[in-house]
Ligand binder design. Structure first.
Ligand code: AMP
Length: 360
């Protein structure tokens, strides 16, 4: 039996106030759960839709204590929660997913080592802490290769592609003195992801495999179903299930993978949270990734992850949001705007999901 942590009418705390927090709060509201969003940035998108908000730094223990006091359980919309804040809160209220998930997935070296220990494929990799280690890693893995900071990288930030002839010092400088990892370059056919959810009683459900296309290192389009053989879809689902069970995880996580020319799957990254490549579930599934995350962390029964139609989700990045009203007029499109007042290049302003009904 799963312990009920947040009953209907209870309060779920959310650390982080971006669009993911916003969509979590909206999903919680549908279940009659109030949200308390904690975020240091004024004007955060999730503040507009939450019952309670705290705008304060993650170092403000008085604000954290009052936040914890007001919540029945706490979750987060991003993985780089300062460790001190996470442990301060978890001493007071349940924080889910737990610290183990953050520790394992928050460092690319720990994450890849964990994946290999489960027999799951990844790009070959070597830790790189200094110039001599980089030269050694290049000698072992060859070029091209991708140098990445171990922590705090996302959307291609903290990364350098090392081609034949690339300057190693320049690549290392991009790491800003942070510990790094060198990965062999994977000449993939396709990038895919699985969004999975697990309840405290061990029940696991997964959404269908999605194809993801990136532009300038930012997710551009997610397409479901992914155009892969059934055996690849099954293998991807098994990988996601293996990971979520091994982490003893509660909530939603996303597993990003490369599909190679030979149809093999290599995991690139685990995101311990709801994920951009699962936004299509809002419109193509009975119960979205956001609602299933809320259900899992609140101790409710999980909802269906079944998909009732095909879907293509397109992010609206920067000025693309100017097309919002014409997208709103499309008959088979669901428009989602995040309430961000200012558009900047590379900033995710909203998304649109176009659906195609399955034939009976
Ligand atoms: P990441 O920050 O690890 O999610 O990487 C961002 C994007 O860079 C991925 O979605 C891929 O398109 C590309 N990329 C990352 N690692 C590799 C790799 N080892 N080989 C080829 N492409 C990669």
């Amino acid at each position: 039996m799963t312990a009920l942590r947040v009953p209907p009418g209870g309060v779920l705390g959310i650390l982080g106030g971006g669009q993911l927090g916003r969509m979590l709060a909206l999903a919680a509201a549908r279940l009659g759960i109030e949200c308390h969003v904690y975020c240091p940035e004024a004007g955060s998108p999730a503040f507009q839709v939450a019952r309670h908000v705290t705008c304060s730094p993650y170092e403000d223990e008085a604000a954290l204590a009052a936040f914890a006091e007001s919540c029945d359980a706490i979750t987060y919309e991003f993985e780089n929660i300062p460790t001190a804040a996470a442990s301060f809160l978890s001493a007071r209220k349940p924080v889910l997913p737990d610290a183990k998930a953050l520790a394992t997935t928050g460092d690319r070296l720990t994450e890849k080592t964990f994946l290999r220990s489960l027999g799951i494929g990844t790009a070959d990799f070597k830790p790189v802490d200094q110039r001599s280690a980089l030269a050694f890693a290049i000698a072992t893995l060859g070029r091209p290769a991708v140098l990445k900071t171990r922590r705090f990288g996302y959307d291609g930030k903290g990364q350098a592609l090392i081609r034949p002839g690339s300057d190693l010092d320049e690549a290392l400088a991009k790491m800003g003195g942070q510990p790094a990892i060198l990965e062999a370059f994977v000449p993939f056919e396709m990038e895919v992801s699985v969004v999975a959810v697990r309840a405290s009683d061990g029940t696991v459900r997964t959404y269908d495999l999605v194809e993801n296309r990136h532009r300038d290192h930012i997710l551009d389009v997610s397409i479901v179903p992914a155009n892969v053989p059934a055996s690849v879809e099954e293998a991807a689902q098994t990988i996601a299930r293996t990971i979520i069970a091994a982490l003893d995880y509660v909530g939603v996580l996303a597993v990003e993978m490369f599909v190679t020319r030979e149809g093999a799957l290599l995991v690139n990254e685990i995101a311990p949270r709801v994920h951009n490549s699962g936004h299509w579930t809002l419109d193509a599934c009975l119960v979205s990734q956001f609602e299933n995350h809320v259900r899992a962390v609140c101790g409710w029964p999980l909802g269906s992850t079944g998909r009732h139609c095909d879907a293509v989700m397109t992010n609206l990045i920067g000025d693309e949001v100017a097309a919002a009203l014409s997208l709103a007029a499309e008959p088979d499109a669901a428009l989602h705007l995040y309430g961000k007042r200012e558009s900047r290049p590379g900033r995710k302003m909203g998304h649109v999901t176009r659906i195609a009904h399955k034939r009976a």
